[in-house]
Design a protein around this ligand. Structure first.
Ligand code: NAD
Ligand code: UD1
Length: 344
């Protein structure tokens, strides 16, 4: 069997690095394209070290047509498209940056794929496209009603991919709607590396545990949930990464457009997450209950049956395991990739 080559845009980022490890260890060759706007070349080196295989790393922007035509000079069998901006609050303040990068970047990528007749793409979408859930669990046929520019960029790219597949029946787009990825690779050498104050719960807790932040503010203790704090579907990033390998394989065997949720189907509250992290780190996490955060919902979790039926994928790792692995990454890399403690 010939080895397939996968282009991974945004491969140096949090989910991209974990996915590149799983691709390499599953026998794929990987070309990583990243502009390092939210990541570091060190991350790619660590991927190579974990997998014991080289990545072809290209520094550049998906919107740069010259870079893209250079990337596609080599034979590419399929693409996993992670490259995007992802902070909800920032997307409200700088919508044109988000539409430009996330939608414009996806269009530039598809144009380059069209030129070279590359017809397989796996796209990083998000559960954020569902907006405020009407019923739980969320299945893929729930209405798409994003409530912020970031969510709109994801919904727009979904529509573009739907149309792209309708125009050419040999094309495949597998759109993965992730719930809440957390944790890190069990080696402790790759993980999430937020450059500013983390918006998301998990990295914030990790930074309280390591002493970088005094305490967690829990956004609301009066939600309609069993303990009053927000409930989400947290999945281990290694499970998520494996889901991409399964989606890619499915994409090579099938044509057409598919939306697939990737989540565990289980809800965990903020207080439950704090307790799980405390057990993993053997440390107390200080917290205070604050006001609700604008745009938040009480609860959100996935109906993961499509992933199981179509991809044969289900989350195998627990929130506890994610806390253990996330804490290992945080301890070994208190300053993320800038510290470079575990490199070499
Ligand atoms: P990340 O910021 O760690 O990774 C994104 C990578 O893309 C970074 O390495 C960044 O440098 C790169 N990048 C951004 N714009 C680029 C461009 N124009 N050209 C080339 N490279 C570019 O984010 P992540 O958490 O790994 O997320 C990956 C994808 O998954 C994103 O599309 C994100 O919207 C989506 N997603 C993430 C989450 C989450 O909670 N992390 C949830 C749902 C969906
Ligand atoms: C956020 C994004 C969503 C994105 C998802 C995964 C918003 C409004 N939504 O969703 O678009 O797809 O991340 O990246 O930003 N919490 C605290 N204190 C904190 C941080 C979070 O109590 O300091 C609570 C939140 O209120 C929520 C839960 O923890 O109940 C999870 O928050 P977060 O990690 O930001 O994820 P989402 O809210 O699901």
């Amino acid at each position: 069997m010939t080895v397939k080559t996968v282009l991974v845009t945004g491969g140096a980022g949090y989910i991209g690095t974990h996915t590149m490890v799983e691709l390499l260890t599953s026998g794929y060759d990987v070309v990583c394209l990243d502009n390092f706007s939210n990541s570091s070349p060190e991350a790619v080196k660590r991927v190579e070290k974990i997998a014991g295989k080289r990545v072809t790393s290209v520094t550049g922007d998906v919107r740069d047509r010259e870079v893209m035509s250079r990337v596609f000079k080599r034979p590419i069998d399929g693409v996993i498209h992670f490259a995007a901006l992802k902070a909800v609050g920032e997307s409200v303040a700088k919508p044109t940056d988000y539409y430009g990068n996330n939608v414009g970047g996806s269009l530039a990528l598809l144009e380059a794929m069209n030129e070279r007749k590359v017809r397989r793409i796996v796209f990083s979408s998000s559960a954020t496209v569902y907006g405020v859930p009407e019923t739980l669990p969320l299945s893929e046929d729930a209405p798409v009603r994003p409530i912020n520019p970031y969510g709109h960029t994801k919904a727009m790219v979904e529509q573009i991919l739907r149309d792209w597949c309708a125009a050419d029946l040999t094309c495949t787009a597998i759109v993965l709607r992730y719930f809440n990825p957390i944790g890190a690779h069990p080696s402790g050498t790759i993980g999430e590396d937020p450059h500013d104050v983390p918006n998301n719960l998990f990295p914030f807790i990790a930074q309280v545990a390591i002493g970088k932040r005094d305490k967690l503010t829990i956004w609301g203790g009066d939600w309609e949930t069993p303990d009053g704090t927000g409930v989400r579907d947290y999945l281990h990033v290694v499970d998520l990464a494996r889901g991409h390998v399964d989606a890619l394989r499915y994409g090579f065997e099938n044509t057409g457009y598919r939306n697939i949720n990737l989540g565990t189907g289980q809800g965990t509250s903020v207080l439950q997450m704090v307790a799980a992290f405390e057990r993993a780190a053997s440390k107390k996490i200080s917290f205070a209950i604050g006001p609700r955060r604008a745009g938040d919902v009480a609860a959100c979790w996935a109906d993961g049956s499509s992933a199981q039926q179509l991809l044969g994928w289900r989350a195998a790792m627990s929130v506890e395991q994610a806390c253990v692995d996330g804490w290992r990454w945080q301890q070994q890399n208190p300053d993320g990739y800038r510290g470079q403690r575990t490199a070499g």
